[in-house]
Write a protein that binds this ligand. Structure first.
Ligand SMILES: Cc1cc2nc3c(=O)[nH]c(=O)nc-3n(C[C@H](O)[C@H](O)[C@H](O)COP(=O)(O)OP(=O)(O)OC[C@H]3O[C@@H](n4cnc5c(N)ncnc54)[C@H](O)[C@@H]3O)c2cc1C
Length: 361
């Protein structure tokens, strides 16, 4: 059976690797000239990454033990083990896994459309169009998923953020990173300062629109300057997005498998790759098999909707509640990648947090 994957991001390459290991003939088509660039990601992973059983040594940049969350008038330091990775090396690691297992990765190849089961792919180097007719097509082609559009199932309700970040120089404590929640700083989500080392950090924010305006203000207020600006689209999880149509499957950002509260898509996408490989091997229903992962993302979406209606006063109150040592214990134990146990544990320790549920409506 021949499988074509569009997109050699980490999720596309991991899917390719898993399928090739099962004996399928896999080709990945990537529009850029090399895997892993340009970088469009901060590269934070929760410690849940370890559950995938993959080595980190090729791409790990830093390990954090805590995160400081700022509200407009307060702050709280939360114990959370997190990893910071180099996205270029991270992507190359997954590409190598795929290549070592017989996957063919064709860079400079852009998927441009289809007629029936035949895909049209443009080879940029030779300036010619090739046609391929795989048995299965996998769209691992990111938030704007040309594959989902060509197969007419890119859901009209999908919404995208635009994230923008810079690599800056300064003095940082590399043991923790910071997130800033305030309508003034970033009205749609939050801004971040994530140290790579004592002298460099990744600084950024994500918004539906006006990202650059707010980003420039945040940089100026913190005295940061940078020539190395990166930006990219990040999908908001869309529960209505179908994951399969005919012989075409979506995975990762293409499927909007991203946590709405933090816009972290790497761990959900990699888990979804595993589910997809299993479904193809055993002929299982992909949409159904993704439900446990989708439920987690749905909870993130609800929390995000509550946050969307937060005032600065609400943020201050939340930070005050979370500062309590009994609440902090929950964050030590659970990560946001599996939010239900975390939410239940936090609510049991501080039931007044339930009051914020009113903000859902
Ligand atoms: C500023 C920013 C910060 C972020 N920070 C984090 C973070 O800290 N932690 C985290 O977990 N997530 C983060 N994310 C999200 C994360 O980057 C994505 O969730 C992740 O890259 C998804 O991987 P993917 O393989 O599904 O898609 P992608 O990495 O987007 O890969 C898709 C690939 O498909 C290729 N492609 C697209 N169209 C075509 C086509 N027509 N033909 C051929 N190839 C095509 C693209 O070039 C790309 O290489 C961040 C995103 C941004 C923008």
């Amino acid at each position: 059976m021949k499988i074509a994957i569009i997109g050699a991001g980490p999720v596309g390459c991991y899917t390719g690797y898993l399928l090739a290991k099962q004996g399928y003939s896999v080709k990945i088509y990537e529009n850029h000239s090399s895997v892993g660039s340009p970088i469009q990601c901060t590269g934070l992973l929760t410690k849940d990454f370890d559950k995938l059983g993959l080595s980190k040594k090729d791409f790990l940049v830093n390990t954090f033990e805590k995160v400081t969350v700022y509200s407009p008038n307060g702050k709280v330091t939360i114990p959370q083990k997190e990893y910071l990775v180099c996205r270029t090396k991270f992507d190359k690691y997954f590409a190598k896994l795929a290549l070592n297992n017989g996957v063919v990765i064709k860079v400079n190849h852009t998927f441009i459309g289809r007629s029936g089961k035949t895909l049209r792919i443009k080879n940029a180097l030779q300036n010619k169009i090739i046609e391929v007719t795989p048995d299965i097509v996998i769209g691992a082609d990111g938030p704007l998923s040309p594959v989902a559009k060509a197969f007419s199932f890119y859901h009209p309700k999908r919404k995208n953020y635009f994230g923008i970040q810079a690599l800056v120089k300064g003095k940082f404590d590399p043991k923790f990173f910071s997130a800033y929640f305030s309508k003034d700083i970033c009205s749609d989500l939050f801004a971040w300062i994530v140290p790579e080392s004592i002298s460099t950090a990744r600084v950024g924010l994500a918004m539906y629109k006006d990202s650059k305006k707010y980003f420039d203000k945040f940089m100026a207020e913190n005295g940061f300057k940078s020539k190395e600006i990166q930006g990219g689209t990040i999908p908001l999880y869309c529960p209505q997005q179908k994951l399969q149509k005919d012989n075409c499957y979506l995975v990762g950002d293409a499927a909007t498998f991203v946590k709405a509260t933090t816009l972290g898509g790497l761990i959900p996408g990699l888990w979804q790759a595993r589910v997809l490989a299993d479904c193809i091997k055993y002929g299982k229903d992909y949409q159904k098999s993704c439900r446990p992962l989708a439920r987690r993302l749905h909870l993130h979406l609800w929390i995000k909707r509550i946050f969307d209606n937060f005032s600065d006063k609400n943020w201050n109150k939340l930070v005050k509640y979370v500062s309590q040592p009994r609440v902090q214990k929950s964050f030590k134990k659970y990560t946001r990648d599996n939010p239900l146990p975390l939410v239940i544990s936090v609510l049991l320790r501080e039931p007044r947090l339930l009051w914020f549920g009113r903000r859902l409506f």
